[in-house]
Design a protein around this ligand. Structure first.
Ligand SMILES: [Fe+2]
Length: 280
């Protein structure tokens, strides 16, 4: 029996992003996102907080090396591998200290690399620090239709919400690999690559604490507080030193098989409370 991504129950575990100055960016994540730095080399640093891991390597600013997804056991992973192989995708072996042997990666239509694996049991994450589990990643793309087709049809993510332009073109597509409203989403844009990554804190109170923490580090909010239409989550956004957008989110909708909803592309869809950052 094969399992789709949502049946296998994947969550976003870590990201590897690139920077022209990994050391400096790692210090930013350490200070502002309350993470400990593990230095692998001068060109590779790992930032870890409770349930959040960002690996930073030398490269082009704002470039994602890969997104690391994890599921709970090897049986689910192997049945998901069968699902993906049936769709005739090219699977590449993927080696990571975080995963047990057997992990693999795929490339989406924009060449974003997504890895799937089961976590090593001895990889105990840091438990002390501010609460903010890594939860979702969004892409920017010229072709959201191709994004939807790939993640829904080839990987078996479930589409939860879509934002549709007046001409019928897709402006945004939200997909999930578990019960959370979205784990990977995509905004139509002239840009390609990462749009933002998000930490889900569950409750407004934690957003307030993060904002106070940002203020004490002289970091201004670049957007929010607000509430998104799709996902109904509360949000604030900041920007890191390289211009990557970071979201702190709360109250993200839990989804159990409801019908897909199409939203109009307007400011209120992106922010029920106020101004929106329209991507296209
Ligand atoms: Fe988000």
């Amino acid at each position: 029996m094969t399992l789709s991504a949502v049946q296998a129950d994947f969550f976003l575990h870590h990201l590897e992003i690139q920077s022209h100055n990994p050391e400096k960016l790692a210090r930013f994540y350490s200070r502002v996102m309350d993470m400990k730095i593990l230095r692998v080399s001068g060109e590779k640093l790992i930032c870890e907080g409770p349930n959040r891991i960002i690996i930073i390597t030398l490269g082009d600013d704002k470039n994602l090396s890969y997104a690391g997804m994890a599921c709970r056991n090897e049986l689910n992973l192997s049945r998901f591998r069968d699902f993906v192989m049936e769709k005739e995708l090219i699977l590449l072996d993927f080696d990571s200290n975080y995963y047990k042997p057997g992990s693999f990666s795929v490339k989406d239509p924009d060449d974003n690399v997504i890895c799937f694996g089961v976590l090593e049991e001895n990889n105990i994450s840091i438990t002390k620090g501010k609460y903010g589990p890594l939860q979702h990643l969004t892409f920017a793309s010229e072709n959201v239709e191709a994004f939807q087709n790939f993640y829904e049809k080839k990987l078996g993510f479930e589409v939860t919400d879509r934002v549709v332009k007046k001409n019928g073109e897709l402006a945004t597509c939200f997909t999930t690999s578990n019960h959370q409203h979205h784990t990977i989403a995509c905004f139509k844009s002239a840009l390609k690559g990462m749009d933002h990554h998000s930490y889900e804190v569950g409750d407004w109170h934690y957003i307030k604490n993060w904002c106070d923490h940002f203020a004490s580090n002289n970091i201004k909010l670049m957007w929010g507080p607000g509430r998104h239409g799709p996902g109904n989550n509360l949000f604030v956004f900041i920007e890191d030193l390289d211009g990557n957008w970071i979201e702190i989110s709360a109250e993200l909708e839990t989804v159990h098989g409801r019908p897909v909803k199409n939203w109009p592309q307007e400011e209120k869809t992106l922010n029920l409370w106020g101004n929106a950052i329209m991507r296209s």
